[in-house]
Design a protein around this ligand. Structure first.
Ligand SMILES: Cc1cc2nc3c(=O)[nH]c(=O)nc-3n(C[C@H](O)[C@H](O)[C@H](O)COP(=O)(O)OP(=O)(O)OC[C@H]3O[C@@H](n4cnc5c(N)ncnc54)[C@H](O)[C@@H]3O)c2cc1C
Length: 491
């Protein structure tokens, strides 16, 4: 994802991975609405590949069984069909294919590929950059001087450990998780929903993936998880408590791991950044992990590009940590809340869940899990309406959707007018855009809905390359915009 962003912005980079070839395992199976919006903002053919291949899921059904074998359910349990987005769903799509789409697009659009079988074995901070040692598969050792290095090397990040980077961590009280990717015959329920199945001492998730097989995920307390048991039998026995007539077919993949939490104390040391699981790890509950990692890269990519290309001051890079670390912490909290509700082996039932639904707590979790409710607003900006740091929603403009029209690498300056823009305002903005032509593009929203105006007067929205608002002001107070550009952008 970061390689794609850097390529898009025209930055020179190398992307190395110690694996001899890309992973063929499904791993993360959910692509959430905010990630889909991000792919949509990047390129039409990229989002189309995901939407064509993935299963469009409306949400989760919660199935319960009690000690006497009595079944009950809450349908929907988590409902994604009311999200305030074009993508009112979660997309079921396996991570090997997610990575393949990104790799293919990177190659087709920019002729760039990752270097496989290359391990970064050592990193030394230098005054003006980083010295990285790379070990090639043929035994060759290479020293590379780079201005910045991003360690996106996974939960056990060697670079994080080597630089003695501090992190906070804990585990989910010894929860053991198992994945079984398997073909199921005669699954009797709706195939496009995520099914959470709970009963005394058990939790199993059932999800169908593109390719026709199912992802089964089981969470068990460590003292109940017997590594010697045949996984197919354990899963079959639990599923039989919830559904009738399922038969198991061929197994595609099985894995078992202990669930844990960590959050790095900082996301930056000198010219080295942490991104993805290297910075944050949490329960798989809600499927936010990969999405959060991709958003890290989306946040960091344009900032690196703007600083390296002299379009912004180096201080912009400090905002990566100040924006993404709080999100890492909120993602951990949301994943842990879902984990505690469903996966921690505590007995819960349909009545409890309905009460949570009625209180609005579940819908709040949906907003977070989808990624749409995470923002970079500063805590003292609590005024109503869109504020700096908020995600700019998609809008229909005269020539297309805002997300389509902002498929470029600049800031988008959107002038939202009650009717058509005042000519004086338009001329002033065009002059400004000319001055910052490498980093600004002007769009107009005529006859704007009331919520995009202020007291029925025109408003200016300065949208960052990653789709979050840098500034909102009234068109009559364009001085704020000028000051913002002078302080933050190089002409
Ligand atoms: C079984 C399973 C199920 C999951 N389910 C979900 C889900 O449903 N939804 C979700 O959002 N997330 C899920 N996740 C989490 C998701 O897979 C991770 O959050 C995501 O892969 C992290 O991406 P990353 O790029 O940060 O790290 P990784 O995917 O771990 O990639 C790190 C890469 O760095 C390479 N590397 C490591 N060290 C070096 C080195 N020294 N030099 C060079 N290369 C190196 C590795 O080979 C690897 O390819 C799941 C994970 C697992 C394991």
């Amino acid at each position: 994802m970061l390689a794609l962003e850097l390529a898009r912005f025209g930055v020179e980079f190398r992307c190395v991975d110690r694996l001899p070839e890309p992973s063929r395992y499904s791993r993360a199976v959910t692509v959430h609405a905010r990630t889909l919006e991000m792919l949509d903002r990047i390129n039409a053919s990229l989002i189309t590949r995901f939407m064509r291949r993935g299963v469009h899921s409306p949400g989760y059904v919660m199935h319960f069984v009690d000690g006497a074998g009595k079944r009950s359910e809450v349908r929907p349990g988590l409902d994604f069909t009311h999200l305030s987005s074009r993508y009112q769903m979660l997309l079921l799509h396996s991570q090997d294919e997610t990575e393949a789409h990104l790799r293919d697009f990177l190659k087709e659009a920019y002729g760039r590929t990752a270097e496989w079988g290359v391990t970064c074995s050592q990193v030394v901070q230098e005054a003006d950059g980083v010295l990285a040692t790379l070990q090639h598969a043929d035994g060759r050792e290479e020293q590379v001087h780079c201005q910045y290095l991003v360690a996106a090397d996974g939960g056990n990040s060697r670079i994080r450990q080597q630089l003695d980077w501090k992190k906070d961590g804990s585990d989910y009280a010894g929860t053991v998780l198992q994945n079984l990717d398997v073909f199921l015959h005669d699954f009797p329920d709706q195939h496009d929903w995520v099914h959470y199945c709970m009963g005394p001492g058990h939790f199993v998730m059932v999800v169908q993936l593109p390719g026709g097989y199912f992802r089964l995920l089981m969470s068990q307390p460590a003292d109940k998880a017997d590594a010697a048991e045949v996984p197919q039998k354990v899963f079959s026995d639990i599923l039989a408590q919830h559904f009738d007539g399922i038969r198991m077919g061929d197994t595609v993949w099985h894995s078992r791991w202990g669930s844990r939490i960590h959050l790095a104390h900082s996301y930056r040391q000198g010219n080295v950044f942490l991104a993805g699981d290297a910075a944050h790890v949490h329960s798989t509950a809600g499927g936010q992990g990969m999405n959060c990692c991709m958003q890290d890269a989306y946040n960091l990519g344009w900032k690196l590009a703007y600083v390296l290309q002299g379009l912004a001051a180096p201080a912009l890079l400090d905002t990566y940590e100040s924006e993404r670390k709080p999100i890492g912490s909120q993602v951990i909290a949301a994943a842990s809340a879902i984990h505690e509700l469903f996966m921690a082996g505590r007995s819960s039932d349909a009545a409890q869940l309905l009460a949570l639904q009625a209180s609005g707590k579940l819908q709040a979790l949906v907003g977070q899990v989808s990624g749409l409710d995470y923002h970079y607003r500063s805590p003292d900006h609590n005024a109503a309406g869109l504020q700096a740091g908020d995600r700019m929603p998609d809008l229909q403009l005269l020539d297309g959707r805002l997300y389509e029209l902002s498929r470029h690498t600049r800031f988008t300056l959107l002038l939202a007018s009650p009717t058509v823009p005042d000519n004086k305002q338009r001329t002033m903005l065009k002059t400004l855009v000319q001055k910052y032509s490498h980093s600004l593009q002007l769009l107009e929203l005529n006859a704007a809905p009331a919520q995009f105006l202020q007291d029925d007067a025109a408003c200016l929205y300065l949208i960052r390359p990653d789709g979050y608002l840098a500034l909102r002001t009234t068109a009559s107070d364009a001085t704020r915009l000028l000051q913002w550009c002078q302080a933050n952008l190089r002409s």
